[in-house]
Design a protein around this ligand. Sequence first.
Ligand code: GRF
Length: 194
Amino acid sequence: MVELIGSNKIKTAVFISGTGSNLKNLIKFSLLKKSPIKISFIVSNNIKAKGLNFAKKYKIKKKTYNFKNKKLSEKLILGDLKKNEINLICLAGFMKILSAKFIKKFNGNILNIHPSLLPKYKGLNTHERVIENNERFSGCTVHYVNSSLDSGKIILQKKILISKKDTPTTLKKKILKQEHILYPKAINKLLANL
Ligand code: GRF
């Protein structure tokens, strides 16, 4: 894992594709004096991602890469991460799958948050599938990113009880609230004692 040198915070990039509620939450967390991270770069594959507005609001550098040519986009991203001295990547609703080469080049210092109790319900439409299967519990997971989707080492999980009245929409809302607690907690678990 990355090393914290002196009292410097770990320069972190957050990758998003959509709303960015986790991004906003991580920015707020990073602004706490005790937080081990500083968010200094926001990456998106989607120029219309609502979350990009937080870059302006919080004066954080941002850049969009179109991923039409994944190899090229990843190469450009790696260059920009280096330029911005980024040591940690937090994926937060990033809808592109990063290549094994990219992950290796970044020494595996990449985290992701997924809205299920991994290893159950990897991939998309988690809440729909969970409800369809009449599960009693769901939750969210923060994990390392490796080259297979949603399969890296688990750092922390939060389990929640599903009520009979829950729909994919209410479940999503409930879990998102827990995600906002879990992601900073997982980062602290990894980095706070360095
Ligand atoms: C979250 O549910 C996250 O777990 C998943 O994508 C969603 C992103 O939401 N990977 P937001 O853009 O952070 O609001």
